[in-house]
Design a protein around this ligand. Structure first.
Ligand SMILES: CC(C)(COP(=O)(O)OP(=O)(O)OC[C@H]1O[C@@H](n2cnc3c(N)ncnc32)[C@H](O)[C@@H]1OP(=O)(O)O)[C@@H](O)C(=O)NCCC(=O)NCCS
Length: 138
């Protein structure tokens, strides 16, 4: 299996990735992942896309080091439980370290055992179990 950072958006690949992940991909912004701070990693097995993640480098005025926000990770059903998610996260850890990030953070649901297991297995710590997320629909 190969994990590759993709900067050039091939419209076909990107709509395949998002559709396979069950997301309606609306507008392909061809330059989005050319930004050094916007990271798209694609895992391939035998040339076939097996899964992907995207993540953002976030700066804050009070922090000398940026943080990496893992926004989304999906491994397609036929490739699950074969280490693809682990390989994607390990590569993101490598990139985050190269970018001098102080941490990677990700949000998930208690009701998603696969995601929780993946994050724990790859070294993620549930730092504050009291965290709650609010959304302001606009
Ligand atoms: C979560 C997800 C990315 C995991 O990817 P994956 O390639 O199957 O993960 P890996 O094969 O690297 O497995 C990592 C660990 O998670 C465990 N795991 C994977 N799927 C699991 C499941 N359905 N139930 C319980 N544990 C699971 C694995 O067993 C492994 O732990 P182990 O080695 O100790 O057994 C994948 O299930 C997925 O795409 N789910 C749908 C999208 C999603 O929920 N994304 C996360 C949103 S926050």
């Amino acid at each position: 299996m190969k994990v590759e950072r993709m900067r050039e958006l091939d419209g076909k690949l990107i709509s395949h990735l998002f559709q396979a992940a069950g997301v309606a991909f609306i507008a392909a912004n061809g330059t989005f992942f050319q930004d050094e701070d916007n990271i798209l990693l694609v895992a391939r097995e035998g040339g076939q896309a097996a899964g992907f993640l995207y993540a953002y480098v976030l700066e804050a005025p009070h922090d000398l080091r940026p943080k990496m926000f893992l926004y989304s990770i999906d491994v397609f059903p036929e490739f699950q439980r074969r280490g693809v998610g682990t390989a994607l996260i390990e590569e993101l850890k490598r990139l985050a370290s190269d970018r001098n990030c102080s941490e990677i953070f990700v949000l998930t649901n208690a009701s998603n055992p696969a995601a929780n297991r993946l994050y724990q297995k790859t070294g993620g710590i549930r730092e504050n179990p009291d965290d709650v997320m609010y959304v302001y629909p606009l």
